[in-house]
Design a binder for this molecule. Structure first.
Ligand SMILES: NC(=O)C1=CN([C@@H]2O[C@H](COP(=O)(O)OP(=O)(O)OC[C@H]3O[C@@H](n4cnc5c(N)ncnc54)[C@H](OP(=O)(O)O)[C@@H]3O)[C@@H](O)[C@H]2O)C=CC1
Ligand SMILES: O=C(O)[C@@H]1CCC=N1
Length: 279
């Protein structure tokens, strides 16, 4: 039987298997939130810095899984499959959350038929509790689902979605920080071009992105409605908007998300051809 730890009563242990970039980010976030975290990778010396957060760092996946209340897999898609096969016995009866892009629940279930399977996708802002972490599952035990939701909630906003949206969400919010940071970098360069000091240009850029997102989230308005308020007739902003439209910024971003979604689907199809035949 799967044990569901109660918030604040047990020191819950989360194993993060494959703690590279995103696995390290979520390990830090979980440790700061008070969970006991065991993070693994093949070269644990590269994660020595995680020990400062009280995280146990090891290359021993078996030891990590054995003592865990929940196992989060942050391996690359191909490594995920091979490692799940190796760990299938000790993952029996465990709550297993896959954060890998492009790996369908059906594939995970086939390898781990006796585990409680969740597929999720966070983003790098999880490290500062400001991510967006959708998840999907075919399981029905609401107690365990709410435990999963509570743990994923440490990374920022979380919500349960249908699995059919996961490739698109991988492209939009999983990859999204890379697009937004490109925009922030471009804004900063714009500032440098017109003579701002580097530190002011950088802070003005990220603070403007953060503030715009916060206003959007808190007002519940459509982005266009807020944008219209910024554009003073005959003023400064409209000239910048004219250039952005001329550079097809909206088409570029839409194409970026579409291309990333198609890439997720391609990875899935290449790795699991038998699954795509079923769709
Ligand atoms: N980067 C991101 O922002 C996000 C990534 N993801 C998903 O997370 C997954 C990992 O991505 P990312 O963190 O970028 O990639 P990384 O390459 O940074 O991390 C993968 C890690 O897996 C480790 N690893 C490989 N094989 C094993 C094994 N057998 N046992 C233990 N650890 C192992 C590697 O360790 P070592 O280097 O020591 O060999 C490596 O550090 C992907 O599936 C990706 O889709 C999801 C959300 C966001
Ligand atoms: O680039 C990738 O494949 C992963 C998925 C989402 C963010 N990084």
């Amino acid at each position: 039987m799967i044990k569901i730890p109660q918030a604040g009563r047990d020191l819950e242990t989360i194993a993060v298997i494959g703690a590279g970039t995103i696995g390290s980010a979520i390990s830090i976030s979980l440790a700061k939130a008070g969970y006991h975290v065991i993070s693994t990778r093949r070269r644990p010396d590269l994660n020595a810095g995680l020990k400062a957060y009280g995280i146990t760092v090891t290359s021993d996946n078996v030891q990590a899984v054995t003592s865990a209340d929940m196992v989060i897999l942050t391996l690359k898609p191909a490594d995920l499959v091979s490692e799940m096969k190796k760990l299938s016995q000790i993952l029996e009866g465990k709550i297993v959350v896959s954060m890998a892009a492009a790996v369908p629940i059906r594939v995970i279930r086939h390898i781990l038929p006796r585990s409680f399977i969740v597929r999720s996708m966070t983003n790098i802002a999880a490290e500062v509790n400001a991510g967006y972490t959708p998840f999907c599952t075919l399981e029905e035990d609401e107690g365990k689902i709410s435990f999963v939701s509570r743990v994923l909630g440490v990374f920022g906003e979380t919500e349960r979605v249908d699995e059919k949206y996961m490739d698109a969400l991988t492209a939009l919010s999983g990859s999204g920080p890379a697009y937004i940071l490109t925009i922030i970098e471009a804004m900063m360069y714009g500032g440098l071009k017109v003579g701002l000091p580097r530190s002011i240009a950088l802070k003005a850029s990220y603070q403007t992105v953060m503030g715009s997102a916060k206003l959007l989230a808190m007002s519940g308005d459509h982005p266009s409605a807020i944008k219209e308020k910024v554009i003073t007739p005959g003023g400064v902003t409209i000239d910048g908007i004219y250039e952005l439209e001329n550079g097809k910024i909206r088409t570029s971003i839409m194409k970026a998300i579409e291309s990333s979604t198609l890439k997720a689907r391609k990875i899935s199809k290449d790795l699991f051809p038998e699954e795509s035949d079923k769709n």
